[in-house]
Design a protein around this ligand. Structure first.
Ligand code: ATP
Ligand code: LTN
Length: 334
């Protein structure tokens, strides 16, 4: 298990808060797979983060296993990449505590995700929700990550991570690599099918608003057919056409075509034809993932073995950075 043959390092994570959506897939997970060919990758199921909403324990356990299986189902090879569950590597919680002491109350209070979530759930504005970005910073900094593939909504958390890393390095000398976000252009911000001014979110109470990565073909076709568009009825990318722009973004991600090519392809055709083509492209994109997921989820012994191996590999790398940070801070060492 020696270091990284000069490959750049990538880390990302996803919370086990439900079946990921097409937004999660096109915005984040698809890039995880693409990057796995060229980088040394660490990918985590962020179960520590997900308890800020206090999920039912049995449900959290099941979703953690499902999310892990899904990561393998998108084609991540657990031998080539380090795929692990965050709570299996105690260094994350340990470094998060240290980083809490190098982040200011004011900067954490400015995080839009914190403000949005506390507004939506005023009955449970817990300290974990507030400290969430410092745990995320720990995830990233422990692995000395160069790049962090995420959707647009996580950009601010990457900025605070960079600020904390620079501050710590400034006080104690070079300790953490300062990471860059990797936000793929198309797909970075997939919108709700029912309200295309909002992001597509797996916790949306309206199931028609999102496509889950494990939806079957019928459900996908139905949801795209009922997606909100506009009264103009021709396919072009323009301001004020949020619904069509969103479908074009989805189609572009699934087929690799540019917006101009898509406009040409549907010149003279209506939204009916366009939606049918988008639905077919999404079905084809997700089909192999679903097939592989269905196979893997029944093989618990294999998944557990992969998790154990992932936790060991991750602990090895994370431990090195944690020890370095602890030493710099002045914790007594034997
Ligand atoms: P929730 O709906 O529970 O708030 P979420 O769907 O935003 O969660 P996360 O686990 O927070 O899911 O995000 C996982 C990854 O998916 C992150 O990198 C995030 O940036 C990305 N992502 C989430 N939603 C979208 C979206 N609509 N478009 C593109 N990327 C997204
Ligand atoms: N906060 C992220 C999930 C997440 C993450 C990370 C992403 C937790 N730790 C580290 C990138 C790097 C989210 O909610 N999307």
């Amino acid at each position: 298990m020696e270091a990284t043959q000069n490959k750049k390092i990538v880390l990302s994570a996803i919370q086990p808060t439900g079946t990921p959506t097409l937004g999660n897939y096109l915005g984040a997970l698809k890039n995880w797979k693409t990057m796995s060919a060229d980088y040394e990758c660490f990918y985590a199921v962020a179960d520590l983060h997900s308890i800020t909403v206090r999920p039912e324990p049995a449900l959290l356990r099941r979703r953690t296993l499902e999310m892990y299986a899904l990561l393998l189902a998108i084609g991540l090879d657990p031998k080539e990449n380090t795929v692990f569950v965050q709570s299996h590597v105690p260094a994350h919680a340990q470094l998060a505590w240290i980083l809490n002491c190098y982040a200011q109350f004011g900067e954490a209070a400015r995080m839009t995700q914190f403000k949005d979530k506390s507004e939506k759930h005023p009955e449970n504005v817990n300290v974990g929700l507030f400290a969430y970005p410092m745990l995320m910073a720990a995830d990233i900094l422990l692995y000395q990550a160069d790049y962090v593939p995420v959707g647009h909504d996580q950009k601010q958390h990457l900025e605070i991570t960079r600020d904390i890393a620079e501050r710590f390095n400034g006080i104690y000398g070079q300790t953490f690599k300062v990471p860059e976000p990797f936000i793929g252009k198309a797909g970075a911000n997939i919108k709700s099918l029912q309200d295309p001014t909002q992001k597509m979110s797996k916790s949306d109470p309206n199931a028609k608003a999102f496509i889950s990565m494990l939806d079957d073909a019928d459900a996908i076709v139905r949801k795209i057919k009922s997606a909100v568009t506009d009264s103009e009825s021709y396919v072009r990318y323009a301001e004020g056409k949020d619904g069509v722009n969103n479908l074009m973004g989805i189609y572009a991600c699934c087929t690799g075509r540019s917006y101009e090519q898509i406009e040409q392809e549907f010149a003279g055709k209506g939204y009916g034809d366009f939606k049918a083509a988008v639905a077919e492209a999404v079905v084809e994109e997700l089909r192999p993932v679903k097939t592989e997921f269905d196979r893997l989820i029944d093989d618990k012994a294999y998944l557990t073995a992969c998790m154990q191996e992932g936790a060991e590999k991750a602990s090895y790398f994370a431990g090195k950075t944690l020890r370095k940070a602890m030493k710099k801070v002045g914790f007594y060492q034997f």
